[in-house]
Design a protein around this ligand. Structure first.
Ligand code: NAD
Length: 496
């Protein structure tokens, strides 16, 4: 049985923990590894090492920090398929989808290689006589990241490359459900030449997260995960006067206008709703059918009904199993609730299984029509291959529904009308909008900008906002006299 190591002070070490968590293959729930719950002294050693490393890493020239990211990007690309295979094994994602997870992370590392221009400050000459003012962008110190199970490559890569490129050191606490992928990412970071102590990895759950939340040496904390944990982390972290960004759950709506291209809409719905078994924070979980598109429900049913889940290496499989028996139980419970609450169940994947893998966490594509805003399947994040169809009469009504929803991660509109699209992008209270694009995840030169209950904090992930999150701005006001220095004190605050 493989026990995953911690990574402390530049070394992979076996933990002295007495508590371990099993890592399973979601296709059959066999145990493939175990992860230790790091002890207090191991976590303290990680913080001490990160603090020490910060003193020299912050002095390392920005071009050297950028070159580390270039080497890392190259190694990630070289090992792309191998990482994706590990990822598939521990998450159940299809190989193609796992490759996408790795690739979207690599793009952030590419972005981090531009760190010099991202950290440029501002200058104004002659703010007063012989006085110039300029700003410096400086790292914070030790930063930490807590990541979820659903993107074990992309989400750690949202965090540590940018934080470290900015001159910080970083402690990662990956999801205990799929820690093998992040471990491989760290091995490659070492191979790329990361100096000792710049990155640390501790494993575990709540106790280990609480340690990071409470430790005064941790200056900023990035979290991605569920709503209750996100709220808890934001509250406790900010109570401890830290900078916190917490990305949480979602309920993403796609609005379908009568002038949209039906074929395009239906194929986009299929991939965006049940792809990755619906375990994406940007998955479409609600389709709002406007006017006559309500008649498209049967076509959606037919297209989703043709989708078959399967093993990660089965080329025909559209998606894999859910991450755990607990996740499956929650999804089945919500499907049951949907039926009891009176939604019309057009497809029920509760009994789906894969031959020979009956112990796996399988759920087939599930479709509900006539869903209303008072139902649990509408109000709760299902995080499974379950799609809800709602009916409205107009674009205005659709906007009202989406804006009343407590989440605001992503949304999309499908239409042939520029005016409808523009109205939607302008009026909608959601942070990421797709126009004829179902899952509008921005590339890393923008930021990942969820709103409302999907995000707690102000500066978002990657892009310029991440650099602001992981740095402090210092302004310098400098006077250099040429010739005589004016005599006498200046008794006002006025710069002359
Ligand atoms: P989760 O909240 O259960 O776990 C996330 C992390 O928090 C893990 O590292 C876990 O060990 C830790 N954790 C769990 N319980 C904790 C507690 N009580 N106290 C402190 N730490 C705790 O989330 P998950 O199930 O791994 O991930 C799925 C969720 O993540 C979904 O809700 C999804 O929408 C969300 N998500 C959001 C985004 C986004 O960008 N908004 C992206 C991906 C996933």
């Amino acid at each position: 049985m493989k026990t995953l190591p911690l990574f402390i002070d530049g070394h992979f070490t076996q933990s002295q923990a007495d508590t371990f968590i099993d890592v399973t293959n979601p296709a059959d729930n066999s145990v493939i590894a175990r992860v230790p719950c790091a002890t207090q002294s191991e976590m303290q050693a990680a913080v001490d090492s990160a603090q020490r490393a910060f003193e020299s890493w912050r002095e390392t020239p920005v071009s050297e920090r950028a070159r580390l990211m270039l080497r890392y990007q190259h190694l990630l690309k070289t090992h792309h398929d191998e990482i994706a295979e590990i990822l598939s094994l521990e998450t159940g994602k299809t190989f193609e989808d796992a490759k996408g997870d790795v690739w979207r992370g690599i793009e952030v590392v590419e972005h981090a290689a531009n760190i010099a221009s991202l950290m440029m400050g501002e200058t104004v000459e002659n703010v007063a006589r012989s006085i110039d003012c300029y700003s410096l962008t400086q790292p914070l110190g030790v930063c930490a990241g807590i990541t979820p199970f659903n993107f074990p490559a992309m989400i750690p890569l949202w965090m540590f490359p940018l934080a470290i490129a900015c001159g910080n050191t970083f402690i990662l606490k990956p999801s205990e459900q799929d820690p093998m992928t992040p471990t491989r990412l760290v091995e490659l970071f070492v191979e790329a030449g990361a100096p000792e102590g710049v990155l640390q990895v501790i494993h575990g759950g709540k106790e280990q997260v609480d340690f990071l939340l409470d430790h005064q040496a941790v200056k900023a904390l990035s979290f991605v995960g569920s709503v209750p944990v996100g709220q808890y982390i934001y509250r406790r972290g900010t109570e401890n006067l830290k900078r916190v960004q917490a990305f949480a759950g979602a309920k993403n709506h796609m609005v379908v206008m009568p002038d949209a291209n039906k074929e395009q809409v239906i194929s986009n719905i299929v991939g965006a709703s049940v792809g990755a078994a619906g375990q994406r924070c940007m998955a479409i979980s609600v389709v709002v059918l406007v006017g006559e598109t309500q008649a498209w429900a049967e076509d959606i049913q037919q297209a989703l009904g043709e989708v078959t889940p399967g093993l990660w290496n089965d080329n025909q499989a559209a998606y894999g199993p859910l991450i755990s028996p607990k996740a499956k139980e929650r999804v089945l419970e919500l499907i049951k609730a949907g039926k009891e609450e009176g939604a019309r169940c057009l497809l029920d994947g509760s009994a789906f299984t894969v031959k020979g893998y009956e112990q796996g966490n399988w759920v087939g594509p599930t479709l509900f029509a006539d869903v209303t805003t008072d139902m649990r399947i509408y109000n709760e994040e299902i995080f499974g291959p379950v799609l809800c169809l709602m009916n409205v009469d107009s674009l205005d009504e659709a906007i009202e529904v989406v804006n009343a929803n407590p989440y605001g991660n992503g949304t999309s509109i499908f239409t042939a009308s520029g005016a409808a699209a523009r109205k939607y992008q302008h009026k909608i209270s959601v942070g990421q909008v797709g126009i004829n694009v179902p899952i509008p995840v921005p590339l890393p030169f923008f930021s990942f900008t969820g709103w409302k209950g999907s995000f707690y904090g102000d500066q978002h992930a990657y892009g310029k906002q991440a650099v602001r999150f992981y740095t402090e701005t210092k302004t310098v006001t400098a006077r250099w006299f040429e010739g005589d220095i004016p005599a006498g004190p200046n008794m006002t605050i006025h710069l002359k």
